[in-house]
Design a protein around this ligand. Structure first.
Ligand code: GLA
Length: 359
């Protein structure tokens, strides 16, 4: 046996641009200092033996046979190998014993899935000398999650986990345009509603409604989601359903909010932090009233955060459960206390600037 090596990748919050990535619009995620860690050693048995410390479960599969999915938590590991084989990037694999542990809660909107995929591929990249860079790792993890595991996600999570930091990512690619922000953005507090859900449910529902509505509008002229004005949308209100109208209006408004926050975040000094906070809360209103992906537990966490001094707050991730993110510089403790006192679970967090790495 060779010696153990450790790799890790962060979770993320989505600050601006929720439900925009799979529509090829712009998102602004921030990687956070909650990480998924993989310890790996070569076993020369041609098998992957994965043990999860949190789940206290193990999965073993032969790597050189055809790999099938088993519809359990370990499919992330299988999906990456399937993608690497399909892309012709690997031949015989010696096999590895892998132990995974994660600080990123599962099914909570903090991108636990991407953190697993990215940390695993970062480990394989080094062990098998694949020479992939961080964006190539993100792209392959997206293929694994989207094409192999069938999740209707966009590319935000994989890019955030692999690259780290805070950036705007124009999802109309590849190639994707990325603008890194130097902002320290202090005072981030996560509030977990502890309501678990599968992200695929809101993603599938919204994606269908938005694309069906927009296709009807495109039959009327050469319209693009990246430039569609809300007045133009209103002109077509009669040819789309009420739900499609509301979803599209939500998407357009969040797109505009994301553009504004990107301008603010790119300022090298004198950023208007209050404006950045209020743009978070405006987004939450759209997510709640127009996209329909908030729930009372999340609304409540947003409310108590704002009442205890946060400059803004919104749900993070696909919604219908999971976490909120509040921006509360100087009021972190008060906001965390308020979240905990209504049954949520608060974590004061920092932005992670490293992304996926070998420890
Ligand atoms: C999930 C998906 C992301 C994104 C968000 C919603 O987290 O994995 O790609 O679509 O939902 O913004």
């Amino acid at each position: 046996m060779t010696k153990k090596q450790i790799y890790s990748a962060p979770g993320r919050v989505c600050l601006y641009g929720e439900h925009q990535d799979y529509l090829k619009l712009t998102v602004i995620p921030a990687a956070i200092n909650l990480r998924t860690t993989i310890s790996i050693e070569r076993n020369d048995l041609n098998e992957i033996n994965v043990h999860s410390l949190e789940l206290k479960k193990t999965d073993v599969f032969k790597v050189n046979d055809e790999i099938t999915l088993t519809k359990n938590e370990f499919d992330y590991f299988r999906a990456i190998i399937i993608v690497l084989k399909k892309e012709g990037m690997i031949g015989e694999i010696p096999g590895f014993n892998v132990t995974i542990s994660s600080q990123v809660p599962i099914g909570s909107g903090l991108s636990s899935s991407a953190a697993i995929l990215v940390s695993w591929l970062t480990a394989l990249n080094d062990q098998l000398e694949l020479e992939l860079n961080k964006t190539e790792i993100a792209d392959l993890c997206f293929i694994a999650e989207n094409n192999i595991l069938g999740i209707n996600c966009g590319i935000m999570d994989q890019y955030s986990s692999s690259l780290g930091g805070i950036f705007s990512l124009n999802c109309d690619g590849p190639p994707y345009n990325i603008q890194h922000f130097e902002t320290p953005l202090e005072g981030l507090v996560i509030g977990d509603s502890c309501v678990k859900r599968s992200a695929n449910e809101p993603l599938t529902l919204l994606k269908n409604q938005i694309t069906t509505g927009f296709e009807k509008i495109q039959k009327q002229g050469d319209f693009k989601l990246k430039s569609l004005a809300s007045d133009t949308l209103t002109e077509f209100r009669d040819i789309i359903t009420e739900d499609e109208y509301r979803r599209l209006l939500g998407v357009i408004t969040i797109r505009n909010i994301t553009e504004k926050s990107s301008i603010e975040l790119s300022k090298s000094n004198n950023q208007d932090i209050e404006c950045l906070g209020s743009l978070l809360t405006k987004q939450q209103t759209m997510l709640r009233d127009y996209l329909g992906v908030s729930i009372p537990e999340l609304d409540n966490l947003v409310d108590v955060s704002l009442k205890s001094g946060a400059l803004g707050a919104k749900l993070t991730g696909a919604g219908l459960g999971g976490c909120i993110i509040a921006l509360a510089p100087g009021k972190e403790e008060e906001v965390a206390h308020a979240i905990n006192s209504v049954g949520g679970k608060a974590t004061i967090c920092k932005i992670d600037y490293e992304g996926a790495k070998k420890e």
